[in-house]
Design a protein around this ligand. Structure first.
Ligand SMILES: *Cc1c(COP(=O)(O)O)cnc(C)c1O
Length: 366
């Protein structure tokens, strides 16, 4: 499989000049996309980096009623030396394949997938934003392509990668988010697809999230589906609680929690900054008691998009619980700076998490 070659087709270059100041998140896309196709006879084939363009799909295609789709999210960060860093992208590729397996889709060659990302980033170097905290967001997707009204796995698939220059999530510094704890709706159940990055998990979150927003919150904090008692995730991010400004506690991966790479990195980094960490079952009643009593000094969310997002307010059964007076706390700030310093290559990476994509010299194409 790794003998695959990527064909490079002519594609429009970005017009010279700076990128807009306000990139937003996932609003602007680069001029190229990667695609390859799968059939049982040929395996993955026809790998191309060509112009970004709409997909042509059969309206009876399996994704539209069986939802056979998975995706990923990772970023390329501009280094001070002008090259780009990818962050734990191999792990991202492994998770893409685990998601695919759960949705009965064929795996991609992980090394080839990473190579496709590297080639894309190098070709689209003019789209890597330079503003502090900005990045080139990378969105790999796999989707069923066979036309059939049956309920079964597709025989053919499309794997593609698009990229979007994104503004820093918190452009003017941290703005704490508010979360409404839901014991009415759930995101994912044990044995379901909570560990897979598949659109179904996000589709079921939209209605409860819209309702939370109409009540003045930013996101929903999800509890376990079985007992509606243990904390799972917040929005589409993992969540952590800081005790007494020195211990970081996060829900253990329960089977319905997404295995976040940011979460994993924070757990690895925190002890080196002098914080204790633990992963266990965390009861929502205990969290509310500890926020109220003051032993939980900070709450924050973790994910590639924002990296870290402090939580300033928790709502539950008509009551609000302020965390740290609704202000971002020092632990979240410190972890954010330590992790982003590695991602952007501002400090040496002692963990082997980053992979440099040379952007300064002309890389051979074709
Ligand atoms: C992507 C995602 C995360 C965060 O994962 P990262 O690898 O840190 O970006 C957490 N929860 C959900 C539901 C997600 O989709």
């Amino acid at each position: 499989m790794s003998t695959l070659e990527i064909r490079i087709e002519p594609a429009p270059e970005r017009p010279p000049g700076p990128l807009p100041d306000e990139l937003g998140f996932g609003r602007i896309f680069t001029g190229r996309m990667f695609t390859q196709r799968y059939t049982p006879e040929r395996g993955w084939h026809d790998a191309v980096i060509g112009p970004y363009r709409p997909l042509t799909m059969d309206p009876a295609g399996l994704p539209f009623h069986c939802g056979q789709m998975v995706f990923e999210g990772t970023k390329a960060y501009l280094r001070p030396d002008g090259d780009a860093n990818l962050f734990r992208v191999e792990r991202n590729a492994e998770r893409f394949n685990r998601s695919a397996q759960r949705l009965a889709m064929p795996p991609v060659d992980a090394a080839f997938h990473v190579e496709a990302i590297e080639r894309m980033v190098a070709l689209e170097r003019a789209w890597v934003p330079t503003q502090p905290g900005s990045a080139l967001y990378i969105r790999p997707v796999m989707i069923a392509t066979e036309a059939s009204l049956m309920v079964r796995a597709s025989r053919s698939y499309l794997h593609y990668i698009v990229m979007s220059p994104v503004s820093p999530y918190f452009a003017g510094g941290f703005r704490p988010v508010s979360v409404l704890i839901s014991d009415e709706h759930v995101r994912a159940a044990l044995g379901g697809t909570g560990e897979a990055k598949t659109p179904a998990n996000y589709a079921v979150s939209l209605y409860p999230t819209e309702r939370a927003i109409s009540r003045g919150y930013d996101q929903v904090l999800w509890l376990d589906a079985n007992e509606r008692r243990y904390v799972e995730e917040a929005g589409a991010m993992n969540v952590a609680f800081v005790y007494e400004g020195k211990h970081i506690r996060t829900p253990a991966l329960s089977g319905s929690i997404l295995h976040g790479i940011t979460r994993d990195s924070i757990l690895r980094l925190a002890p080196d900054l002098g914080y204790g960490t633990s992963e266990d079952r965390i009861e929502v009643a205990e969290v509310l008691r500890d926020v109220e009593g003051g032993s939980i000094t900070e709450v924050f969310n973790m994910g590639t998009g924002a990296v870290l997002a402090p939580v300033g307010r928790l709502g539950f059964h008509g009551r609000d619980y302020l965390v740290n007076g609704g202000q971002p706390g020092p632990v979240a700030q410190r972890l954010y700076h330590a992790l982003t310093a590695i991602q952007y290559g501002r400090v040496r990476d002692p963990y082997g998490w980053t992979r440099v994509v040379p952007l300064r010299e002309t890389t051979a194409v074709g």
